[in-house]
Structures are given as C-alpha cells and as structure tokens.
Design a protein around this ligand. Structure first.
Ligand SMILES: [Zn+2]
Length: 393
C-alpha cells in the first residue's frame, strides 16, 4: 500500500500497488521510421495502484509530459472488417436510441475521424472532431463538408462548442488527471441538459481475470471497470442511461446525460469492488509465473528452429514483447494497416511487415494479439496459402 498516492478518480489517499514493469516505451502506436529510433524511444515505468474505495486503477508514476500525440500516431483499426462491423453496429444503435438524425455531434479524441464520419454519414448529422493526430487527407466521405476537424487536444477552450451528442472513445484511458477531464466534459454542457454523452474504454476487469499483461502499458495510465467508471461519472454529475460491454466484452460503453448521479437505475456488474480486489491480488500473486510460462514457450520454439511472428502491431504487441523482454526470438510483426508497413515497433525494434510477406517467410507460428480477429486472420492466411500454428493470446 502506498499511502501517499491520490486516486485520480475519487480523490482518496492510498493505493495498493500490485503490478510493476520498468523501462517500457512511453508510446506504442507512434510510427518509428528506423530500428534505431524504435530502440532508443523514451522509456518509463508502469506501477499500477488499485483504489480500494472506488475500484479505479492507475499508473502511480505516470508522467504525461513525455507523450506526443501527433499525426505520427497510428491507431486506426479501420482496416479490419471485424472492427469496422463493430463500429457500424454501434453507430446504428446510437442513432436509433438517441434519434441522431440531422443533429450536431462532437467527438473528443476522434483519431483519424472514422467513427465521426460514420455517425455523420449514417444519420445525416453535422460533426466536430477534435484530435491532435487527425490527418485531413484520410477523410473521403460525402459527409466531409458537414464535419469540421480541429487538430488539438480537447480543453476548456472548446466548451463553447455545443452538440446534441458528445462522444469520446478510447481516450480517457490515456488521461490523467482522470476525474478533472470528465468534470471538464460535464461543465462544458452545464446549460444543455439534453446532451447525451457517450464514453468507451477498455474493461480492466477482463484484463485482470485473464491476466492479460499485453493490455497493461504506459500509454494507458487509467484503467476502468464497470463499477469504477459508473462511480466516476455519477460523482461528476452525470445520470447513467446505459452501461454495457461490447466487442467480445473487451470494451465498456457508458451512455449518460447531465443529472443527479443518484438518478437512474443501478446496472448489472456495477457492484464489483470485492471481485476487483480479489483479482488484483491474484494478478500480484500469479502473473509473474504466467509471464515465465510465455517466455519459456517462445524460447522453446526458437530453440527448435521455428519461425514465430506476431500478428497485430498495436499497443498489445508492444506490451507483450517489452514486458517479457522478447527480442530476436521473434523476427517480424505483421499488420494489415499499410501505413505501418516498413515501420518499427517502439521499444523492441521489430519490423512491421504486410501479411503477404508471410508467403515468402513461411512462419511456423503466428501469435494473434487479439482473439477477436482470429477468424479474419485465419481467412487471410488460407487465401495466401500460408499454413502455420495459430496461437491467440
Ligand atoms: Zn478511487
């Protein structure tokens, strides 16, 4: 227990430290044009603390000043049919539920803008997207004239931007101080009680249960469960309209509007404090041996002369390799995103290659960094005539 650490979500003092990895790259999705740049990229430590009061988990030694979210930040998952279908289904559901037709949409942290474009295309809406990593040339849509993109971080100065629907996806987990950010979003709509606010973040409860160490990395400084996310939004003056999981239960989705935190119903899965505390203890006790088992497996395959590649070059791959200290045991990392080909993985310096590279390389084993993509990866490999053992993490 570290008594001096303050929880960035509820403000309580004292966090139970349960997981530490030193010297990992501060970014995992930034494009690295050379192996040297990738190897020399700045590194810091991850030291996760659990708040027993609200269930929030944070990197207790996080330094936001080291981050550079810019157009070199390549996070898009839009090249995956599975992910695109998930986004389309979600947009369709949100449009139906909140009648988002010819409305004003604001997206905080819109990345390359794909989700906002979908909302504006499918509902004939108007949009404003804010993200320092936005790249204008990537947006080709009939809805583009109705959307304004601002290359910047969201801050108080954007409070005058009004909207019927505010969304913020996979952004909050990159932010500390966490509560101040949610409160800022709430304060911006203080005179618009009908505004619906939607946030989406990874679910840490699953990460703890599966001991998925590849989901714990420096870019993510804040980790939420159903309960800790609900408690944070209620305490900032939101009424929760819905709280669900999606994308094979990997993501948490919270739909809210301004209102008393006590208003609205309680949701299934919210009372998770005891279970989180148990799972945090289990991670502390057993994750080190799980790590050793993975390391052993990969080293064994290398010793047997097998060619092992990783499929998926996002944050999970960076965390998987750097946490285990894997280097030459694996030669390549595959990705379907053409913007990443010929680039290198931060921290370990692995080269990122296109799928067709495997036709010539002939791997024995493909480690899939997210089981949700197993079917589409198996299909791609079959079409190329590549036979390899598939291992999903
Ligand atoms: Zn707390």
């Amino acid at each position: 227990m570290r008594a001096d650490v303050e929880c960035h979500s509820c403000g309580s003092r004292g966090m139970a430290i349960f997981y530490q990895v030193d010297n990992i790259p501060v970014h995992s999705c930034l494009l690295m044009p050379t192996r040297e740049a990738a190897l020399q990229y700045p590194k810091r430590d991850l030291c996760l603390g659990f708040c027993e009061v609200c269930g929030f988990i944070q990197n207790t030694v996080f330094d936001p000043s080291v981050h550079e979210y810019s157009s070199r930040y390549e996070e898009t998952q839009a090249f995956s049919p599975r992910f695109t279908q998930f986004a389309r289904d979600l947009v369709g559901r949100l449009i139906e539920r909140y009648d988002l037709r010819e409305k004003d949409i604001l997206e905080i942290g819109c990345g390359k803008g794909e989700f906002l474009v979908l909302l504006c295309e499918m509902g004939q809406n108007r949009g404003i997207g804010i993200d320092p990593g936005y790249i204008a040339e990537r947006t080709t849509s009939e809805a583009a004239p109705r959307i304004r993109f601002i290359r910047d971080f969201y801050s108080e100065k954007y409070a005058p931007l009004t909207a019927d629907f505010v969304c913020c996806r996979h952004t909050l987990e990159h932010i500390q101080p966490t509560r101040a950010f949610v409160q800022m979003a709430r304060d911006a709509i203080r005179n618009r009680p009908d505004t619906v606010v939607f946030f989406e973040v990874p679910d840490v409860a699953r990460v703890l249960k599966e001991q998925a160490f590849w989901d714990l990395y420096y870019e993510h400084c804040s980790y939420f469960s159903m309960g800790s996310l609900a408690r944070l939004f209620r305490s900032c003056g939101f009424e929760i309209l819905d709280l669900t999981k999606d994308f094979s239960d990997q993501y948490l989705l919270i739909e809210t509007r301004p209102g008393k935190g006590s208003a609205g119903r309680a949701f299934a899965g919210e009372r998770d404090l005891d279970e989180l505390a148990r799972d945090v203890k289990r991670v502390e006790a057993t994750l080190p041996s799980k790590l050793k088992a993975w390391q052993h497996e990969i080293q064994q395959r290398k010793t047997r002369g097998q060619r092992v590649v990783i499929w998926g070059s996002g944050s999970k791959a960076v965390a998987y390799l750097t946490t285990m200290g894997i280097g030459s045991e694996i030669d390549y990392v595959v990705d379907i995103n053409p913007y990443k080909h010929g680039m290198y993985l931060a921290g370990t310096g692995h080269e990122i290659v296109p799928p067709k590279f495997l036709q010539e390389y002939r791997p024995d084993v493909v480690i899939i960094m997210n089981p949700v993509y197993c079917d589409e990866i198996r299909r791609d490999l079959e079409q190329m005539g590549v036979t390899a053992d598939l291992i999903a993490v």
